[in-house]
Design a protein around this ligand. Structure first.
Ligand SMILES: C[S@@+](CC[C@H](N)C(=O)[O-])C[C@H]1O[C@@H](n2cnc3c(N)ncnc32)[C@H](O)[C@@H]1O
Length: 231
């Protein structure tokens, strides 16, 4: 049995608990102290890739597209979004926990091929919700072609209780305003909640919930909510 080595810990803002980065052989894991199981494990990341592939499918080949990824985690979604977009595109990655960005600059960054080194990437250090606040939205109306969210286990606060706000009608309306017509909000979830599909529809999105597998067509079934801003 290969020993698991704790590489670092980080406090999540707003009393969200403690994130822990560990390595076991070639595999890395990020977990929440006191919560069973991993928030992420580098071995299993097909659905994190699918989030970007499905969320950016409509901008394949489109020049100067703009994509927001929240949060960084191990960088798999960010890397897949870089691969799914053109060289002239810009990607903003919002990450709440500064240490996660630092970890990605160290050995953890190898897992997803060091996406932070790509010049198309801009890091927003802080809560992704700040980018949807009314003032910000007014200043930068209809900015994004795609918003890819994987900050919790599903459409409810997990990393920090404040994240509950992200999935409220008010926040979904604000996110919709940041999307260009035809733009896509894609949300990763460990489960399928039909009530959340209805909530997205109420806000005016055209919605599909896609089931994807955790690991190369196998493993747990995850849901990607695909909410399209109608043109
Ligand atoms: C499950 S991981 C994301 C995994 C990522 N999709 C990947 O491919 O590795 C969740 C990440 O979101 C971050 N996070 C949680 N709440 C956030 C928020 N409100 N704003 C920005 N980042 C947040 C966490 O610190 C963590 O790094």
């Amino acid at each position: 049995m290969i020993a698991k080595i704790l590489l670092g810990t980080a406090d999540i803002p707003n009393n969200g608990g403690e994130l822990r980065l560990a390595q076991q052989g070639n595999d890395f894991s990020i977990s929440l102290k006191g919560v069973r199981g991993d928030l992420m494990n580098s071995r299993v990341h097909s659905s994190e890739l699918a989030l970007a592939e499905l969320g950016c499918a409509h901008i394949q080949g489109v020049e100067k597209s703009k994509v927001l990824v929240g949060g960084l985690g191990m960088g798999f979604t960010l890397d897949a979004a870089l691969k799914a977009t053109t060289k002239s595109s810009q990607l903003v990655v919002a990450e709440l926990v500064p240490e996660v960005v630092e970890w990605n600059k160290g050995p953890l960054g190898e897992c997803a091929g060091r996406p932070l080194d790509d010049d198309r990437v801009v890091v927003h250090l802080g809560d992704v919700a700040e980018l949807f606040k009314v003032k910000q939205v007014e200043a930068e109306q209809a900015t994004y072609d795609a918003v890819l969210l994987d900050v919790d286990n599903g459409p409810e606060g997990f990393t920090q209780a404040d994240n509950n706000y992200l999935y409220s009608i008010e926040s979904l309306q604000a996110i919709r305003q940041t999307l260009r017509p035809g733009g896509m909000l894609a949300i990763w979830s460990a489960w399928h909640d039909p009530k959340f599909t209805l909530q997205l529809k109420k806000v005016g999105f055209k919605v599909k919930a896609k089931t994807v597998r955790a690991h190369k067509g196998k493993g747990s079934r995850h849901t990607i909510y695909l909410a399209r801003h109608k043109k």
